[in-house]
Design a protein around this ligand. Structure first.
Ligand code: MN
Length: 442
């Protein structure tokens, strides 16, 4: 149902707001991403964070819209749920409410809205450039998957050597694997990320040393924000997974590779990952992504899929063609693109991640966050981490200013961008996910 195309996906539709019609904005009328924000430079109660919708270069205040009388029924209930400081209430309402709000917003912000409606809406708009954002949801739980076979292959070769054996672990092709991450350190774009101190075992050393990570890395990922969720003990079947996807954000899973290499056996990453995760402030909804869904197929070398991970829906439209880029902005000097790939290469669908997460009865809750795992494509310029790009640090990158990077330096800003475009559909984008590395505590 929420994968169906409707009038809100018409690429010819235009807004009465000119900045939404440029053809290159991330936020045309067909996108309508949700956020939590407050306008800058205001006083008193208007300083509270509240829900908003991106349109062109503006953000529409959902608290003001909910109080305006312009909405009715399910759309009004949805806007009221988004009027507070998090979108968890809206996540909980489910896809019928989300689509009702989308349809209402499309009609109000489209160029067929009446002059009096436009006059009522204009004071609810404020410039995105001056908005301050909070996390879109209060994240109760965060799980990070590992679903790119290209990333698995690249890192397997780097960590275990090119032995001639398949560098992909045997479980990878049978299920989307994951670890439970840390929700408390998830921050919103603009975050200052403090380089972690920790234990690492230097090459050839007999005992670990303590100090700042020397191999700080990023991971280019997408985050999935969960809708209503499920009761404990009641798995979400694959066919019922789509209405559980509230929307997607960009996600950077900051990773300290030296800490990770020493601590990870046998229980997985811990301090290497739990110091920070950054997400973009704009939630691109599942409905907005409908035109960019496409066929999914298992890896050619995969064994037959178990039935709980396979159905006609995931085969016909389980994959998403989302273009993704990572950029490195040194403290001084020009930003440099590190990679460009598409989420369409990913080995597992977000629908299968939800089915896998809940198959044993684990309960997902409204606003929970699932990371896709690093998104690396097949080509040499499609790797989603520094450890892949520099072959474990052995082939440092040379930046435009002549400096080199095996891993991230203090003062570096890592920027993720994402967008969707395809013939017959509007171009929509995710905005940016940005974080700056600051020195470790003394
Ligand atoms: Mn990750």
């Amino acid at each position: 149902m929420t994968h169906a195309l409707d009038f809100t996906h018409d690429p010819a539709a235009r807004s009465w707001l000119a900045s939404a019609n440029t053809g290159h904005t991330d936020f045309p009328l067909q996108n309508l991403p949700l956020t939590v924000f407050r306008p800058a430079g205001t006083q008193g109660s208007s300083r509270q964070f509240r829900g908003g919708v991106g349109i062109g270069d503006q953000v529409l205040d959902l608290a003001a819209l909910a109080a305006s009388g312009l909405l009715q029924g399910a759309a009004q209930k949805a806007a009221a749920a988004a009027a507070g400081t998090t979108l968890n209430g809206l996540c909980a309402q489910g896809s019928v409410a989300w689509v009702a709000l989308r349809h209402a917003l499309f009609r109000l912000l489209g160029d067929e809205a009446g002059a009096s409606q436009q006059a009522t809406l204009r004071p609810m708009l404020s410039p995105q450039a001056q908005a301050e954002h909070a996390l879109p949801t209060r994240i109760g739980n965060y799980t990070d998957f590992y679903t790119s076979i290209h990333h698995a292959r690249n890192t397997g070769r780097i960590l275990r050597g090119d032995t001639g054996a398949d560098p992909v672990m045997p479980n990878f092709r049978s299920m989307p694997i994951a670890y439970h991450g840390r929700a408390s350190s998830v921050g919103v774009s603009g975050q200052a990320v403090r380089r972690p101190n920790g234990q690492r075992l230097p090459p050839g050393a007999a005992a670990p040393v303590f100090g700042p990570s020397e191999r700080l890395d990023y991971e280019l990922e997408l985050g999935v924000l969960i809708g209503p969720g499920n009761a404990l003990g009641e798995p979400i079947a694959l066919a019922q997974a789509a209405p559980q996807v509230f929307g997607l954000v960009l996600l950077n899973d900051w990773s300290a590779r030296d800490i990770q290499a020493w601590e990870m056996a046998p229980l997985g990453p811990f301090n290497a990952k739990n110091f920070a995760t950054t997400v973009s402030p704009w939630v691109v909804t599942w409905a907005a992504l409908a035109p960019y869904r496409q066929a999914w197929a298992p890896d050619a070398a995969a064994p037959p899929l178990l039935p709980y991970l396979d159905d006609a829906g995931v085969r016909t439209h389980g994959a998403l063609d989302i273009q993704l880029e990572a950029w490195l902005q040194p403290a001084a000097g020009a930003a440099q693109r590190l990679s460009h790939t598409t989420f369409a290469h990913q080995s597992w669908s977000v629908l299968q991640m939800i089915a896998q997460h809940t198959v044993g009865g684990c309960n997902l809750q409204p606003g929970d966050l699932l990371g896709s795992g690093t998104i690396s494509g097949p080509g040499p310029d499609e790797a989603g981490t520094m450890i892949e790009i520099t072959h474990g640090g052995r082939r440092p990158l040379t930046l435009a200013d002549g400096s080199t990077r095996a891993f991230l330096a203090d003062g570096d800003t890592l920027v993720l961008r994402g967008w969707c475009e395809r013939p017959g559909a509007a171009r929509i984008g995710f905005g940016e996910c940005r974080g700056t590395v600051v020195p470790a505590p003394a």
